[in-house]
Ligand binder design. Structure first.
Ligand code: ATP
Ligand code: MG
Length: 215
């Protein structure tokens, strides 16, 4: 059996064409079932539906052979035990620093002010501000980071931005770009060795599909 870990929503939707290229079609859509294990047209391939941030953990421990995870999630997880052969170039967004409109971020940085930063991405935020030589207080949140500056919980947030619509709707502006984010294929290292004959053609089909999009 080959088990593939995916999260509901954009990752599942954007992975579907890649699975199709490898001849894999899910029997059900995660939105229309409460099942967490979904069969496919291939008797030896199943999908498991997990939280986006849990994908690396399932693959790391071999509970899933493959998975699809955002670079943001992989950087927070650390990537131990994971082979990351391919950028799937899906679920693209940017990790950014944002503040409330009117907050003088540049000024605060120049003065060496100690800022409070709310984020779900504490590892990447820590690294970013350390590389700027800034001392910050990190406040860990699990969602709706946009709210934090509005109610005085933080001076700035580190969050993923795609269109900027959510920032705008909450009177926030992006002030710094940390990195481009996309989702990667992750593979359990033991699975790749032990199930190589079944897994390698899937990796090749995914890679060919990603490459064809550049043509
Ligand atoms: P959860 O919604 O379960 O709290 P999450 O927000 O990390 O977790 P998703 O919203 O499914 O999960 O996002 C999955 C991945 O898609 C993220 O890890 C990130 O790489 C990417 N992503 C997040 N937000 C966006 C966005 N607005 N546009 C494009 N890609 C995004
Ligand atoms: Mg989300």
């Amino acid at each position: 059996m080959i088990t593939i870990a995916l999260s509901k929503g954009r990752i599942f939707e954007e992975t579907l064409p890649l699975l199709a290229a490898a001849g894999i079609e899910p029997a059900e859509a995660p939105e229309s079932t409460r099942k967490l294990i979904i069969g496919t047209n291939q008797p030896d391939v199943q999908l498991i539906i997990v939280r986006a941030s849990d994908v690396p953990t399932y693959v790391q421990y071999g509970a899933a052979d493959l998975g699809v995870a955002g670079k943001d999630v992989l950087l927070e997880h650390g990537g131990q035990g994971l082979y990351q052969p391919l950028d799937l170039e899906i679920a693209k967004c940017r990790l950014m620093v944002a503040v409330q409109n009117g907050f003088d971020y540049e000024g605060a940085v120049k003065q060496g002010a100690r800022m409070r930063i709310a984020t779900k991405y504490t590892e990447q935020a820590k690294e970013h501000f350390a590389s700027k030589g800034m001392h910050v207080d990190l406040i860990k949140l699990y969602g709706s980071m946009e709210l934090a500056p509005l109610v005085g919980l933080a001076d700035a947030i580190v969050d993923l931005v795609s269109t900027g619509g959510t920032l705008k709707a909450n009177n926030l502006v992006a002030v710094e770009h940390i990195r481009e984010i996309s989702s990667r294929l992750v593979v359990n290292q033991a699975s790749l060795k032990l199930k190589h004959a079944r897994i390698q053609p899937m990796l090749d089909a995914f890679a060919a599909t990603v490459a064809a999009r550049h043509a």
